[in-house]
Design a protein. Structure first.
Length: 181
C-alpha cells in the first residue's frame, strides 16, 4: 500500500509520505503515520500553509502559531509524530528565510508555554536551534531555563555540557546540576 497524500496549489505541491530528504526519519514512522493520519486536520493545515506561502510572506508569529497548533494536536492525540514530521518541513522553510535567527527566542518561548511532549532528540527544534551554536543560541537557552525550565530545554543544556571544547562548559554544567535538584 503506497501511503501518500498530495495537495496541489498552483505550482506548489505538498507530498506527505516517504520524503527523500527525511528518509531516515520516515522509514521507521510510516506505519505509525498510516494509522494516525488525520486527513481533515493535516490536509487543512497543509492547505493553509501553502496558501499563505503562495500569497504573502509569513511572519514569525505565523510560523509559531502553526507550530503551536501541531504541538496541541500531538498532545491531544498523544502522538509525537503529529508534531515532529510536519515541524521538520516548517523548520526547513524557516531556514530558507534570511532572518532565521529571529526565530530562536520565539521557539524557546513556545517550548516554555507548551505541554511536555516529546519534541525529539534533538528533533526539528533542536536541529534548527543548534545551527546557531556559538552564535547566540546558548545565551537564549540559558535565559529560557532561568524563566521556565522544561524537559526539552534541560536536554538541550545537557548537549551543551557534552562539548568539552566549550569555554562556558563549566557554567552550563553547574546550571544543569542546579536544575536537576
Amino acid at each position: 500500500m503506497d501511503f501518500t497524500c498530495q495537495v496541489e496549489l498552483g505550482a506548489e505541491v505538498y507530498h506527505r509520505g516517504p520524503y527523500p530528504q527525511y528518509s531516515r526519519y520516515v522509514d521507521s514512522r510510516v506505519n505509525k503515520i498510516k494509522g494516525k493520519w488525520k486527513s481533515g486536520i493535516n490536509k487543512d493545515l497543509t492547505i493553509k500553509r501553502l496558501q499563505r506561502r503562495s500569497f504573502m510572506k509569513k511572519k514569525v508569529e505565523d510560523y509559531i502559531y502553526e507550530l503551536e497548533q501541531l504541538i496541541e494536536l500531538a498532545d491531544q492525540e498523544k502522538d509525537k509524530y503529529l508534531f515532529q514530521d510536519p515541524a521538520y518541513e516548517i523548520m526547513d522553510e524557516i531556514e530558507e528565510l534570511g532572518n532565521a535567527f529571529d526565530f530562536v527566542e520565539p521557539i524557546f518561548l513556545l517550548v516554555e508555554r507548551s505541554p511536555d511532549i516529546d519534541f525529539g532528540g534533538p528533533g526539528p527544534f533542536g536541529s534548527f536551534l543548534e545551527k546557531f551554536y556559538r552564535n547566540g543560541y546558548e545565551d537564549i537557552l540559558v535565559k529560557s531555563l532561568q524563566r521556565k525550565p522544561k524537559k526539552y530545554t534541560i536536554f538541550l543544556l545537557e548537549r551543551l555540557c557534552n562539548d568539552e571544547s566549550n569555554p562556558k562548559r563549566e557554567e552550563y554544567c553547574t546550571l544543569l546540576d542546579s536544575l536537576k535538584k
